[in-house]
Ligand binder design. Structure first.
Ligand SMILES: *Cc1c(COP(=O)(O)O)cnc(C)c1O
Length: 376
């Protein structure tokens, strides 16, 4: 089978290998068979091992849905009655977390911080001191809208000092930027299969402390479908998801996991890093500026400033590149005037060099000046 290879520079779903794509073509199976439960059990263990967690202390809980589902699950399931969540808000994804709190009516502090720099530990500590009833601190590891990296290890230590649980949204770092769940002071992290794992959309997972999940049995049940304890308990008792799992997506994730171990944590991170390096180089050569200082970036997303050029049109440049097999992505609210190039997926530096030839041609076709012009 000859499958066209597209280079996705959007922040997930990412470019996948053909072997992962083809793993979905498998004999039909009822997911209630023991054979399928066994496959999911192996995947759950591997998901914990990716972040170097001990299987006695940490468990992975799978859900059928996109990554936002895990944000929803952690927030609605891990907050004891009468306690508050503290949302470290410095980007579009932590804004979404605050929105989730509002939609459940969860008591929370929406700690709004600047979007262009890592969360300030002193500001978080002040909020914890002022809100002694904060039982959960929520932070986004890589704010994918800008590519900003937050200091989760330090925030985790701080949360623990104030008796709170740390939930880190690692959706856009997991299985890319190395994470050590215990050393990084993470109680819960999360991701979806389509990003760092380079598998398919529709399967997401929360990885976290068994003792806390077990204690959460007594917390208010705020969602029927998206409750962490309920899904964990079902997995532990039966090896199955409570409701129908995304069968073919699970097959793809298992294949992707094999490929993850074959490539290796350090080699994979090195590949993403050189892919990102090629993105920075390509942007700089065309005079494009980036929105976030390099030393504050997570190393997986570049948010480039749109030039102040009357001929610049994200749509037209996008369409030109898309027609040639390359996908670029617009910026997010709060960082309007940017577009994004990401280093997720089964791609490498030569793909980026090929992209920049097409991107350069797109700029020429649109009449955008090179080097890119800015009014300040
Ligand atoms: C991709 C992503 C999510 C999940 O987004 P979905 O569109 O629901 O898959 C959550 N958090 C972060 C930081 C992300 O990058």
């Amino acid at each position: 089978m000859d499958i066209k290879r597209n280079i996705l520079l959007n922040p997930g779903p990412a470019t996948t290998t053909d072997t992962v794509k083809l793993a979905q073509v498998a004999p039909d199976i009822c997911p209630r068979e023991k054979e399928f439960a066994g496959l999911m059990a192996g995947l759950r263990e591997d998901l914990v091992k990716v972040v170097h967690g001990g299987l006695e202390r940490y468990a992975a809980v799978l859900f059928c849905g996109s990554g936002t589902l895990c944000m929803d699950v952690c927030l609605n399931s891990l907050l004891p009655e009468g306690k508050k969540a503290l949302i470290v808000h410095n980007g579009a994804y932590s804004a979404r977390a605050a929105d989730i709190c509002r939609s459940y009516g969860l008591p929370h502090v929406d700690l709004k911080l600047p979007y262009d720099r890592p969360a300030d530990l002193a500001a978080v500590e002040e909020a914890l001191r002022a809100n002694r009833d904060a039982a959960l601190v929520y932070v986004t590891h890589n704010e994918t809208g800008t590519g900003l990296l937050n200091p989760i290890r330090e925030l985790g230590a701080l949360a623990h000092r104030y008796g709170a649980v740390l939930v880190a949204d690692t959706t856009s770092t997991y299985a890319m930027r190395p994470i050590d769940i215990e050393a990084d002071n993470i109680d819960f992290c999360m991701a979806s299969a389509q990003k760092g794992l380079m598998a398919m959309t529709g399967l997401s997972f929360v990885i976290g402390r068994r003792d806390i999940i077990e204690a959460s049995e007594d917390y208010p049940r705020r969602s029927y479908y998206c409750n962490l304890f309920r899904q964990y308990d079902c997995f532990e008792r039966t090896g199955e998801m409570e409701f129908t799992p995304p069968v073919q997506t699970v097959y793809a994730a298992i294949q992707a996991m094999k490929e993850y171990w074959a490539e290796g944590e350090q080699a994979k991170w090195a590949r993403h890093t050189r892919t990102m390096e090629a993105i920075h180089t390509g942007l700089a050569e065309l005079g494009f500026q980036e929105a976030i200082r390099r030393e504050w970036q997570a190393g997986l997303v570049a948010a480039a400033r749109c030039p102040d050029d009357p001929n610049w049109s994200f749509e037209r440049v996008h369409d030109y590149c898309y027609a040639r097999g390359f996908t670029i992505y617009p910026g997010k609210v709060g960082t309007a005037g940017t577009f994004r190039l990401c280093a997720l997926g089964a791609i490498d530096a030569p793909d980026i060099r090929a992209f920049f030839q097409v991107f350069r041609a797109a700029l020429d076709a649109c009449g955008v000046a090179v080097p890119a012009r800015y009014n300040g």
